[in-house]
Ligand binder design. Structure first.
Ligand code: 0A1
Ligand code: ZN
Length: 876
């Protein structure tokens, strides 16, 4: 049986709804198998819609148990109800109320969309279209309503009852063991921001006074007994609130702000109004259980969801095509927050690594789409790196182009002009166009088509005229032959043999040249000697740069550039060149590795102690995936792996003694208290990068050091880093330490996720068999998204040689998991399937094997829309 291609929804077909819903009164009676929802909807025809239209409410796997119009039961011929919708053939022409009763089974809800239970806790997930799994509704983001929600449950089962907005009343249901809570949210919102929680939860709280003088009760709710692990998240909420007031002038607008951690969640977290629901992995942290990366992620995601209160909730999206309007903007905001909390340069490098690892391949493969897609079959498949990360880069470029002050004023204007409405990308740009008097129509092209632009740059020095000319040419592979050139901010500078030059040109303002046409040139006068250009400083645009600089020129940037990002980038470039050449030729020699090693040695000597976090990044070579994405065609993952291993060996051999000394020098003083802050985390990052390289140079010594670190580690970061290093060294010690770790943390699923991930990433032939064993281990469960992502997701994304095995066993493992999962949780299955996104770029044998696996999925019967959509587009 072949699955039908799902119907396509198009941006150009957007029409306002024929009806509006001004108020929603919900009565939700929680029950494990039969939760009863009574929704009273205050409806009226939309003046902007078609007069006399029928009313078509969305549903998804719903059962209707009661229906009344203005309080009177409706005759059967007046409506049609199916699990997927409720139609009123001739609704009133004026305002009316519709009372809709539905019953749902939250325990049987394995899709984790709508009302479900996670470890017994009732919770909801409504973005993008989960509200229709709770009641029949106009489930589209341009329907804004004011909600009042009464939640009722057995007190024993759900002593805590939370909703959106402010709490207004609680009480017992007389003569029963049940109680209730009523919540009122005064801010009109789309249904995707609706949420409730009911369960047995512990909590930490504090109060926060906003810049407008409002006293807000902040709460973080977690599994009872884990309250102490919620403090960091609570602190991050308060810091996010302060930062949004100071940097964007945005204050919070309710009397309470709650965060709830649940252990079964499809994504990272959700910005429901006043009631953010989180994957517990992004809330729970203690020095004993969380790594530095966990702390950084918690801080960033708490901030992201909180910032949505303005960018997403107060101003929401007109339709799902505008998803980047809230996501790209909010990612930009959370990146800025994290940069202010931590090291800006280190954070920027992290952002770029993520973009290159996730978004560039997406842009180059069959799942490529514009930042604002023009059509979709399943919106849940568009929560992508392109919408989020490239969307954020567009906002960043806008800021670079118009400058800090105009950007802030434009943001203020955007918020005030669109407050309480469902907006579009055009509304966003219009705020900045009005503010600056600029026409941003050309800039808006960034939203319209996929493709990572390629910028070819050549430099020409004229020794007689003492001029230096840069020629730029932009192309947009995959954007279509008629794609117009983009507006590209090029932050740049020139570096002479001894350091930065003051190079002026009227077209370079505040260090930024704006490339607006397919080709352009820039000439600098009075340049005494051939300079090296430092281009796209701070990664000023999401492009690939092609410039034939020699290693020596690149390494001049490493030594002398004032731009931290480009100092890092220059070493990456040299490494990338070496890796690509070695992977292509298969030759044993690594031309240029001594030069790179010497430059790194000099760098470490001068700077490792001063900025260990940055130094740790300098030691990290481009990932296998990044090398593959640069090569772009006929990829042999084994050749890349082997080239990368040889380069690591060459660098490690040169640096090992120096690294060993620095590792000692950067040790924490005995008895030092744990700090999750950037400085201490940076020292750990360097020490562990050093350990990893020492182990490459001398596996025996590396294994001994790793075991010692596992035994004596004062932090989870160090313990896991020891284990990760040891995991690369086959032998009994590795197996013994892995087994001991599993025993030690048998009751800590979030820690064992990392244990699963470390093993899934082992680049050895036995890993497939190991994963088979781990799938039967008590720590694993196919029903929990975090477990599946840690084992099978990490395997598919972080183990290129084994996922892309020539015998196809890696593809089969992932494909089997996708099909097994699709029955329970289509969103997670579809996301896992995106690992096949670069299959066309593989060498022919692997390409055929990957295609066969994809075709096997596409032709399987009964696929979800989510998986059918990804499979279909991947093969198209
Ligand atoms: N808006 C959330 C992302 C999100 C989207 C869909 C979900 O459904 C399972 C959950 C969360 C964010 O950007 O954080
Ligand atoms: Zn978001």
């Amino acid at each position: 049986m072949r699955t039908e291609t799902p119907p396509t929804i198009r941006l150009q077909d957007y029409r306002p709804s024929d009806h509006l819903i001004d108020r929603v009164d919900l009565d939700i009676r929680l029950d494990p198998h039969a939760s009863r929802i009574t929704a009273v909807l205050a409806l009226r025809p939309n003046p902007a819609g078609t007069p006399g239209a029928q009313l078509v409410l969305d549903g998804d796997e719903l059962g209707l148990v009661g229906l009344a119009l203005d309080g009177k039961a409706l005759p059967a011929e007046a409506y049609a109800a199916t699990p997927a919708g409720l139609t009123l053939h001739a609704p009133p022409q004026g305002p009316f109320t519709l009372t809709v009763e539905t019953v749902v089974d939250p325990t049987a809800n394995t899709k984790l969309m709508g009302l479900y239970r996670s470890s017994g806790v009732y919770c909801t997930q409504c973005e993008a279209d989960g509200f229709r799994r709770i009641t029949y509704f106009l489930d589209r983001p341009d329907i804004l309503s004011v909600y009042t929600t009464r939640i009722e449950a057995a007190r024993e089962e759900a002593p805590v009852l939370l909703g959106n907005g402010n709490p207004v009343e609680t009480g017992d249901v007389p003569g029963t063991d049940r109680h209730y809570a009523i919540w009122q949210d005064p801010h009109p919102k789309p249904a995707y921001l609706f949420a409730i929680v009911g369960g047995r939860l512990g909590h930490v709280g504090r109060s926060f006074v906003t810049s407008e003088g409002r006293e807000v009760a902040l709460g973080v709710y977690v599994e009872p007994g884990k309250e102490a692990r919620a403090d960091y998240a609570l602190d991050a909420v308060a810091r996010s609130m302060t930062w949004d007031e100071e940097v964007f002038g945005r204050a919070y607008d309710l009397d309470v702000f709650n965060v709830v951690a649940v252990s079964d969640f499809n994504m990272g977290a959700m910005e429901n109004k006043g009631l953010n629901i989180f994957n517990d992995k992004y809330v729970l942290a203690s020095p004993e259980t969380a790594t530095d990366a966990d702390y950084a992620n918690i801080e960033a995601i708490i901030a992201h969801e909180y910032f949505h209160n303005w960018s997403g909730n107060r101003v929401t999206c007109r339709d799902w095509f505008q998803l980047c309007l809230k996501e790209g903007l909010t990612v930009f905001r959370d990146q800025e927050f994290s940069s202010d909390m931590r090291s800006r340069a280190v954070h920027r490098i992290g952002e770029v690594r993520t973009l290159r690892a996730r978004q560039f391949p997406e842009d180059a493969g069959p799942l490529a789409h514009p930042v604002r897609p023009k059509h979709y079959a399943e919106i849940n498949n568009f929560y992508t790196a392109t919408v989020y990360e490239k969307g954020a880069e567009i906002v960043r470029m806008l800021k670079t182009l118009i400058g800090e002050a105009a950007f802030r004023n434009g943001m203020d204007r955007y918020f005030s002009e669109n407050d309480g409405t469902a907006a579009t990308v055009e509304d966003f740009l219009a705020a900045f166009a009005t503010e600056t008097g600029r026409d941003l129509a050309h800039f808006a092209q960034w939203y319209e088509r996929p493709s990572t632009p390629r910028i070819a740059v050549s430099g020409h020095y004229d020794a007689t005229a003492k001029t230096y000319r840069l020629d730029f040419r932009q192309t947009r592979p995959g954007a279509g032959a008629d794609a117009p050139p983009l507006v590209i901010p090029v932050a740049l500078g020139l570096i002479g043999p001894d350091g930065p030059l003051t190079a002026t040109n009227a077209r370079v303002r505040d260090g930024v040249f704006v490339l607006e046409s397919a080709e352009d040139s820039l000439t600098f006068e009075n340049i005494a000697a051939q300079p090296v250009p430092s281009l796209f400083r701070d990664f000023s645009a999401p492009v690939r740069v092609e410039m034939a600089l020699s290693d020596a020129e690149q390494l001049t940037l490493l030594r002398h550039d004032t731009d931290a990002f480009n100092r890092w980038e220059s070493a990456q470039r040299v490494a990338l060149r070496i890796l690509i050449e070695a992977a292509r030729s298969g030759s044993e020699t690594l031309d240029g590795s001594e030069g790179l090693a010497a430059a790194l040695a000099a760098f470490l000597d001068g700077e490792a102690l001063r900025d260990p976090a940055f130094a740790a990044l300098m030691l990290a070579l481009p990932s296998e995936g990044e090398v593959a994405s640069e090569i772009g065609a006929n990829i042999d993952p084994d050749a890349i792996f082997s080239a990368r291993r040889r380069l690591r060996q060459a660098l490690a051999a040169r640096l090992r003694d120096q690294l060993a000394v620095l590792r000692e020098q950067l040790a924490d003083p005995a008895g030092a208290a744990f700090s999750p802050a950037a400085a201490a985390a940076g020292r750990r990052a360097f020490r562990n990068a050093a350990l990893d390289l020492i182990a490459v140079a001398d596996p025996e010594r590396g294994a001994a050091l790793a075991r010692e670190q596992i035994a004596t580690a004062a932090t989870m970061t160090d313990r896991l880093a020891g284990l990760a290093t040891l995991a690369q060294i086959p032998g009994e010690a590795r197996e013994a330490e892995l087994a001991a770790f599993a025993e030690l943390y048998a009751d800590e699923p979030l820690i064992l996720d990392k244990w699963l991930a470390i093993q899934a990433a082992i680049a050895e032939d036995d890993t497939i068999a190991r994963i088979g064993r781990l799938q039967r281990h008590p720590a694993f469960s196919m029903t929990n998204p975090n477990r599946v992502r840690s084992l099978v997701g990490v395997f598919s994304l972080a183990n290129p040689t084994q996922f892309n095995r020539v015998d196809g066993a890696g593809y089969a493992l992932v494909a089997d998991t996708v099909l097994a999962l699709d029955k329970r949780n289509p969103q997670i299955a579809a996301r896992l399937l995106t690992a096949f996104g670069s299959w066309r770029q593989l060498e022919p044998v692997r390409r055929a094997a990957a295609e066969a696996a994809l075709r096997g999925i596409a032709s399987a019967g009964g696929l979800s829309r989510d998986v059918a959509d990804i499979a279909g587009r991947s093969l198209a």
